[in-house]
Write a protein that binds this ligand. Structure first.
Ligand code: SAM
Ligand code: SF4
Length: 371
């Protein structure tokens, strides 16, 4: 059973008093410390292609954005990024892309086999809605994890902002269950503040994370991109303004904290989108309210600005080693440490931490949540 009821989640999502929110954040941080420890796992992100056949109404990579020059990384470039990940001490590489027809099942399988054979890295794939045969092949090739955010649990809103290629497109929640059944670690997640997204549906999102028993949960702010129907305002989902979730930093922190309490052992990243809306402190604050993962960018700098999901993305000019250094400094400044090894769900036991000692560090004034 979920630690939080829908009513409690809803009340927290609407809460505005800083002192009450501080209680929520402290409890989430304490749950994080007890269940996944102080390690912050570094997942090296490789944005392998910006081609996409989809028309998601929010995303700058949508096929209809004709003004964006597209790229697809060569296999040798992806290999070089994986080598760099090992050199920088990361335990995982995440290969992410639009739904690119040229990233064939066999090509991806070969890249996964190469990484698993040549390095000790865990491999996460985030390549959109792919068929059961493709997912099985990649799992057999050695892929460890698959990320597919369901974006919102509001089915009507999802259908509106996510046109299917076929008359009856796949259901992302169903796909996530399938991904789990193939023994991947499964990652889902949502954007916060999508036009048309209600507080009620956001509360349902937290319950859905719990019900799906997700291993990884990515939560970031929705950021308007003017080259998309949602961002330009040409698509305006109808909603009572008092029900509309703001795409604010605070709302993202609330969601990370509630998700940590509801899904205590999941890996939760402090996302690049959060760093984009608060460059100075977004990542650190995310880590302070429940997150335990960051995703330093390994994509060659010449491609970074072209993977333009939303405008003014953080970390598009820094080299891989700059990103690595900056994130490590942020982690240490919080009194935490970079995780070692692949950092799968429940990796706390592998971190050589001393759980007994750590338990003593839980503040004695541990507050029981009351809403
Ligand atoms: N194509 C794959 C997919 O859709 O799962 C992976 C790449 S897609 C760019 C990765 C994530 O970017 C999406 O799941 C979505 O949550 C996020 N994203 C897309 N457009 C966004 C926007 N305007 N603001 C914030 N996040 C966005
Ligand atoms: Fe393509 Fe993913 Fe963007 Fe949708 S969210 S347009 S599938 S890259």
């Amino acid at each position: 059973m979920c630690e939080l009821s829908k009513l409690e989640i809803l009340e927290w999502l609407r809460e505005k008093r800083p002192s009450r929110l501080q209680m929520l954040y402290e409890q989430a941080d304490s749950v994080r410390k007890r269940h996944v420890g102080d390690a912050v796992h570094l997942r090296g992100l490789i944005e392998i292609s910006s081609y996409c056949r989809r028309q998601c109404m929010y995303c700058g990579l949508r096929q209809g954005n004709r003004n964006l020059p597209r790229y697809r990384m060569a296999t040798s470039e992806i290999h070089a990024c994986a080598r760099e990940a090992e050199k920088l001490g990361y335990g995982t590489v995440v290969m992410q892309a639009g739904e690119d027809d040229c990233l064939t099942a066999e090509r991806i399988a070969e890249i996964v086999r190469w990484i698993k054979c040549e390095t000790a890295l865990a491999v996460t794939l985030s390549l959109g809605e792919r068929s059961a045969d493709e997912l099985r092949l990649w799992r057999a090739a050695g892929a460890d994890r698959y990320l597919l955010r369901f974006e919102t649990s509001d089915k009507t809103l999802f259908r509106l902002i996510h046109p299917h290629r076929f008359s009856s497109g796949p259901d992302r929640m169903k796909l996530l269950r399938q991904i789990k059944s193939f023994a991947y670690e499964a990652g889902g997640g949502v954007m916060v503040g999508i036009p048309g997204q209600s507080f009620e549906s956001l509360a349902e999102d937290v319950l859905a994370f719990h019900a799906l028993d997700l291993d990884m949960i990515g939560i970031g702010p929705y950021i308007a991109h003017s080259a998309t129907p949602l961002g330009s305002g040409s698509l305006r989902p109808a909603i009572d303004p008092s029900e509309q979730v703001p795409s604010s930093e605070e709302m993202v922190y609330k969601m990370i904290a509630l998700t940590r309490i509801a899904c205590s052992t999941a890996n939760i990243p402090s996302t690049t989108a959060l760093a984009t809306i608060n460059r100075a402190n977004g990542r650190k604050r995310g880590l302070s309210v429940g997150a335990n993962v960051v995703m330093p960018n390994l994509t060659p700098v010449k491609y970074r600005s072209l993977y333009q999901i939303y405008p003014d993305k953080a970390c598009i000019e820094e080299s891989a080693s700059d990103c690595n250094q900056c994130l490590r400094e942020q982690i240490h400044s919080l009194g935490r440490f970079p995780g070692r090894g692949p950092g799968g769900r429940g990796a706390r036991q592998n971190q050589n931490e001393a759980p007994e000692r750590e338990m003593l560090n839980v503040p004695s004034q541990f507050v029981q949540l009351q809403v």
